[in-house]
Design a protein. Structure first.
Lengths: 344, 153
């Protein structure tokens, strides 16, 4: 599993990165952050079973080995029609690979966690998951995000993986994506034309697809300061404790009017039960203005289940996932209420 | 096109011309001849290739050598002191935490990072820290014990 050929560009500023993105747009260009997803995708073999044996070329002199994409045989001796067809197929798949990678690790503005004078949290896109996991202020005030960071991949993935990359990939189960939706995160996206802000819940349009346009780069994510009597929680239900993708992930953010009082506001984000993270809107009707007691929370969790749109796949059936959305939402609401200073 | 990078590996600074697509693991094993770090899965699942890059445990199979330009890299070869196994390595041998040995370099580097950050980790912390390092002999119990023996001192 050798990586395909590409050239690498290392910008020092966001401006330079944006310029490179538009300059090389037609050649196929990708941003590499931690590389924990991108390099894995690039290492996947190209049309695996169909690559024929090399008949002898400048690279593999005597032949007899499986041709690689840079094998000279493709260019010199592929006169047979079936070979030509296969060559086209291989070439097409090569063209899907980027010719240029922009490694943004040297851009200082993209790193770091800070809280501004309004109390809003700002996390640079290149901040690693480990940095978020170990940040005291994140754990104290934006707990669900810290718990998302805890449950992502393994320590090695967290040491390299970044929050910008985790969100940019737009997988509906991503462990920092779901809490970011519940915590009303806002992405800053920059291009040569300027910058724009997008709420995290409006970011993904389908698995792996986003509202980002060519030439754009995520620079940071901001979370509003939590009002008083707020709590949040995230739980990833998965078959293993590490290196796993969730069956169901639920993040809850709740604000109470006063300790032990009725619910002022709530936001529930569901992961891995739809093509994109789902905001369970009907939970609001069940809880806002009401005391979060046993019965009300049970009803709210049922409402979350009805909002989910799970499918059957190898990680679990739609039926199982529906049941688990209800169960996990129930538990996470209770936990978030407790953290907000309420009693259940 | 090859690019020049300066990487300090185990205290020795190397200036190398590397192709952009080559990983840190490939360069350290093939160009520098330090074959202690192993390639297992090549996609960040197994941890056999773990090195410390600027003190952070990193899977070197998913880091481009060019991204390590200017970094200080430590591999399993850096652990022995004057040709003798260090405490942690000795403990792995004494406790029997080595079976086929393929995961050992990664396990040792991961444990080295943990013990530097937290000299007395609990068993839970040890297990959590090793959760990205696979041992296909399933010798986890002994590996945890070996680290505990050093951590308990």
């Amino acid at each position: 599993m050798i990586l395909p050929r590409f050239d690498i560009l290392i910008p020092d500023t966001i401006g330079e990165a944006c310029a490179m993105l538009s300059q090389y747009a037609d050649k196929g260009v990708k941003i590499i952050a931690g590389g924990t997803d991108l390099l894995v995708d690039l290492k996947r073999p190209i049309v695996p079973s169909e690559i024929p044996t090399c008949k002898g070329c400048s690279t593999h002199k005597s032949g007899g080995v499986r041709s690689t994409i840079d094998c000279g045989w493709w260019e010199t001796d592929s006169s047979q029609e079936s070979d030509q067809a296969l060559l086209k197929k291989v070439q097409d798949s090569i063209h899907k690979y980027p010719e240029y990678l922009i490694s943004i690790h040297k851009i200082k503005e993209l790193h770091g966690i800070s809280v501004n004078e309004k109390g809003n949290l700002r996390i640079g896109a290149m901040t690693t998951i480990t940095e978020i996991e170990r940040s005291k202020v994140v754990r104290e005030k934006w707990t669900a995000l810290a718990e998302g960071a805890d449950s992502l991949g393994s320590p090695l993935v967290r040491n390299r993986g970044t929050i910008g990359g985790n969100i940019a990939n737009a997988r509906p189960a991503a462990d920092t994506f779901i809490p970011s939706v519940a915590l009303s995160g806002i992405l800053t996206i920059q291009s040569e034309k300027g910058s724009r802000k997008i709420p995290v819940d409006k970011f993904a349009t389908a698995p792996g697809k986003t509202v980002m346009k060519e030439g754009e780069i995520i620079t940071a994510i901001e979370y509003p300061a939590p009002p008083k009597f707020t709590g949040s929680a995230y739980y990833k239900l998965a078959n293993r404790k590490a290196l796993e993708i969730s069956n169901v992930g639920v993040a809850v953010w709740i604000a109470l009017e006063k300790p032990g009082g009725p619910v002022a506001d709530i936001r529930v984000a569901l992961g891995a039960v739809g093509p994109t993270p789902i905001v369970a809107e009907s939970v609001k009707n069940e809880l806002i203005g009401k005391l979060p007691d046993n019965e009300t929370i049970k009803k709210a969790a049922g409402a979350a289940r009805d909002d989910a749109r799970p499918i059957d796949d190898h990680r679990g059936s739609a039926w199982y996932r529906s049941m688990m959305v209800e169960l996990v939402t129930d538990r996470m609401i209770r936990l978030a209420v407790k953290r907000a200073g309420g009693e259940v | 096109m090859k690019k020049l990078v300066t990487i300090t590996v185990n205290g020795v600074t190397h200036e190398l011309a590397v192709e952009p697509r080559r990983t840190l693991l490939e360069v350290v094993r093939e160009d520098l001849g330090l074959t202690g770090s192993k390639k297992g899965c090549g996609i960040g699942d197994c941890g056999a290739c773990t090195m410390l890059v600027d003190g952070v445990a990193t899977f070197s199979c998913l880091m481009l050598a060019i991204q390590a330009d200017g970094c200080v890299v430590e591999t399993v070869e850096s652990l022995a002191e004057n040709g003798k196994l260090n405490k942690l390595q000795r403990s792995f041998v004494d406790v029997g935490a080595i079976q086929c040995g393929y995961c050992t370099p990664g396990m040792l580097m991961m444990a080295t990072e943990l013990l530097r950050r937290n000299p007395h980790p609990s068993e839970k912390e040890i297990r959590r820290s090793l959760s990205g390092n696979l041992c296909r002999c399933t010798g986890y119990q002994k590996i945890v014990e070996a680290i505990k023996a050093v951590a308990g001192e």
